[in-house]
Design a protein around this ligand. Structure first.
Ligand code: SF4
Length: 743
């Protein structure tokens, strides 16, 4: 008899609650969970394909270990033996920096990816950490770090209450939201308009989101920082800025007008290719709206001035008084996150506490640019990366110049991939540790609740028991920590979780500001519930968190794992509420509106006004049925017309002799590709668009569906030298390209 089970969807940031239909051990259906406190029944085509993804025959079922140059099926014991035999000796001989770690985007969609990588990095002691953030969102972390002192204090638009929403470089109708967790984002945009609100979209493409907007501005890609600076300039010079209550907590307001002095609408108009009047009108409308939120995403982040643009997004929210107020942009308060602390000075946020070995890139949030990974492996000398641990990461497709990285990975002494697939990156591994399908893993969103438009908490246990021969994903990670620590065989995976629990409780009970100060950590650990180490850790985080029961020190009925389990559809914790000044961790204890690193970047931005724009630049794009490179092996998500096409405006196509359905060679500083052409006026003149995450045509992978429609890897056009200077984020949008028709 079929049964049903709940599972939070891990396939994008919206985190919808799903009701799975299960027959035997197979997921045969997925629908939106109407009782889910957050998503209320919403589902998209990706979530509906959960069963196919779960049952993908190309998923690895056992570890693979390289022997005699070939990856062969192995037992878990053999896999961890191989890691234990390779990594600790390498660290002893060449030092901690000889091991690099790459964390891919799917990490933040799993519990294991949130709980164990920090322990792995601590065990290794390496500073060679590369993540998807420097291909995606690091500018936002940096601007939040500089403004608020905490790189994770990212305000999100209050979608359900705002009167005016300005979106830049974001296409949530396709992506379902990013750095803004909002199930049914499309429905929320329609509701905004239905209640008389205004939606303005800034995007060089007429995306499905732009088509829904009251106004669509299509500037030249990469000019977001200039446009935003001109909006701020207009607010300041026309005396429309009204920070209101924020003034008390903000320093640098007085200096801002001078710093943005030269960014008049007239000055930026040619670079943005927008009329100055339109920029002024937008600034006035933004100021006049009862409440408003400005939100910038990938198209404004992965560009040359990504950090200044991200900073200016919040400058506008502050100048209009919309930061930290209902209807504006608010800071979420996740249930498993830290408790709010009293207002006051914090540690602040700095960039460049260390630098990358080869090119001297500054560290940001303890990470180095993923674009620099290949050179750190290839370049001889002390500190060269000789071994790599890649967790849910496929940088051969997602980082600039995958061919170079492909060659570099082939030269590693040792590589471990934690990955369900033999893909373009994991094919270089010496050991592959495959996690089970998502139906066999428990789930809580540690990462995305921190960006959610409503405070809520949900947890789903594994919907299907672990298949014979599989290891739980958390156990895979815990054993990896043991193996690299030289503890393989001498401790079990539960020891890793217990050490984490003990460490957290020791810190808590030693903190004079904690309600648990002075209590016995061992007694508190004994009170934790849960069937596994990860559940005990979740219980601990919930109980110590903002809504937690503090082990009885808080009022009756507060949050714990036990209480959460009694609410399988989740617990609604209410709309976002103002959190200033408690959220601030700057050294001044105030919002530092004009931080030094940004002020130092403004002359470069000013100089960009004089740059001669390239005739043709490239931007990426998102498709509802895709998410980076990791859903291209699911037939239900890959059928239909080829989505990896080069979109070009009819005028540009005519000028260059390109025809719809024909082929073109596209060339940029990093290389060239042959791509199918799609002529469409959905993209503005001077811009072409090619989606990322494709290029599944390398030998040695086991991705039958993806390989049958491989597409072209757009990142091959880059050589990895174009970065947003402050965040080390690769410029993946708005770089110059040339096109020639192919027969
Ligand atoms: S919107 Fe995202 S979370 Fe929701 S069903 Fe689709 S893929 Fe899953």
């Amino acid at each position: 008899m079929p049964r049903t089970a709940l599972r939070i969807c891990p396939l994008c940031e919206a985190t919808c609650g799903l009701t799975l239909t299960i027959e035997g051990a197979a997921v045969t259906g997925a629908r939106g969970d109407r009782d889910d406190v957050f998503s209320k029944g919403f589902i998209c085509p990706k979530g509906a394909a959960f069963g196919q993804l779960d049952a993908d025959p190309d998923r690895l079922r056992t570890p693979l270990v390289r022997r005699d140059g070939r990856l062969r099926e192995a037992t878990w014991e053999e896999a961890y033996d191989a890691i234990a035999a390779a990594v600790p000796p390498l660290v002893r001989e060449y030092g901690a920096q000889s091991v690099g770690v790459v964390l891919g985007n799917p990490n933040v969609h799993t519990m294991a990816g949130a709980l164990y990588p920090p322990l792995l990095l601590k065990a290794l002691g390496t500073r060679n950490l590369f993540t998807a953030s420097t291909l995606d969102q690091m500018p936002k972390h940096v601007s939040s770090g500089l403004l608020f002192g905490d790189p994770f204090a990212i305000p999100v638009p209050d979608l359900d209450r705002t009167d005016f929403l300005l979106l830049l470089g974001a296409n949530p109708i396709e992506s379902n939201g990013s750095l803004c967790t909002a199930p049914d984002f499309p429905g929320k945009l329609k509701a905004l308009r239905a209640r008389g609100g205004t939606l303005v979209v800034v995007d060089p493409r007429r995306t499905r989101t732009a088509a829904l907007a009251d106004r669509h501005l299509a500037p030249r890609p990469g000019s977001d920082a200039l446009l935003l600076a001109a909006l701020a300039h207009t607010l300041l010079t026309e005396k429309l800025a009204a920070p209101g209550a924020l003034e008390e907590w903000t320093e640098g307001l007085g200096e801002l007008e001078a710093a943005l002095g030269s960014f008049t609408p007239e000055a930026v108009a040619p670079a943005c290719d927008l009329p100055a009047d339109e920029i002024r009108t937008l600034a006035r409308e933004l100021a006049a709206a009862p409440t408003a939120a400005v939100y910038g995403r990938i198209g404004s982040c992965t560009v040359e001035y990504g950090t200044p643009a991200s900073w200016l997004v919040d400058v506008l929210n502050i100048l209009t008084g919309n930061l930290d107020r209902p209807g504006g942009a608010l800071f979420p308060l996740p249930a498993a996150g830290p408790r709010p602390r009293p207002a006051g000075p914090g540690k602040g946020f700095v960039i460049g506490r260390w630098h990358s070995r080869v090119s001297g890139h500054p560290e940001v949030k303890s990470e180095l640019p993923t674009a620099a990974l290949a050179e750190e492996i290839e370049t001889p000398g002390e500190g060269r990366i000789r071994a790599l641990i890649a967790i849910a990461a496929n940088p051969v497709l997602s980082a600039p110049d995958g061919d170079r990285l492909d060659r570099a990975l082939a030269g590693l002494d040792f590589m471990v991939s934690v990955d369900p697939y033999l893909n373009e990156t994991s094919r270089h591994a010496h050991v592959i540790l495959p996690p089970p399908p998502p139906s066999q893993s428990a789930h809580h969103d540690f990462a995305f609740n921190g960006f959610a438009v409503r405070n809520q908490v949900r947890y789903t246990r594994a919907a299907v028991p672990l298949e014979a021969g599989r290891l739980d994903e958390c156990e895979i990670h815990a054993r990896l920590v043991l193996a690299v620590s030289g503890m393989h065989g001498s401790a079990g995976p539960e020891a890793v979780d217990e050490l984490a629990v003990q460490g957290a409780l020791a810190k808590e009970t030693a903190d004079p500001g904690s309600p648990l100060h002075g209590q016995d950590p061992a007694r508190l650990a004994g009170l934790l519930t849960g069937e596994s180490g990860p559940e005990r850790r979740l219980d601990l985080m919930l109980r110590l968190g903002p809504y937690g029961d503090r082990f009885g020190a808080a009022a009756e009925g507060q949050l714990s794992l036990e209480r959460l389990l009694a609410h399988p559809h989740g617990i609604d914790l209410g709309p976002l509420r103002p959190r200033l000044p408690g959220v601030l961790r700057t050294r001044s204890g105030r919002i530092e509106l004009l931080p030094d690193p940004i002020a130092a970047e403004l002359p470069r931005l000013r100089a960009a006004l004089a740059d001669r724009p390239a005739a043709l630049v490239l931007v990426g794009r998102r498709h509802l049925r895709s998410n980076n490179s990791w859903l291209h092996n699911v037939p239900a998500l890959t059928g239909g017309s080829n989505r990896c096409t080069l979109q070009i405006h009819p005028q540009d196509a005519g000028r260059l002799g390109l025809t719809d359905g024909g082929r073109a060679r596209i060339t940029a500083e990093g290389g060239s590709l042959e791509v199918p052409v799609e002529v469409t006026d959905a993209v503005r003149t001077g811009v072409v668009s090619l989606p990322h995450g494709w290029g599944h045509d390398r030998a040695g992978t086991r991705l039958a569906v993806a390989a049958s429609v491989p597409g072209a890897n757009v990142n091959q056009l880059l050589n990895g030298t174009r970065l947003d200077r402050l965040s080390g984020t690769a410029v993946l949008n708005g770089f110059p390209v040339e096109l020639t028709p192919l027969p």
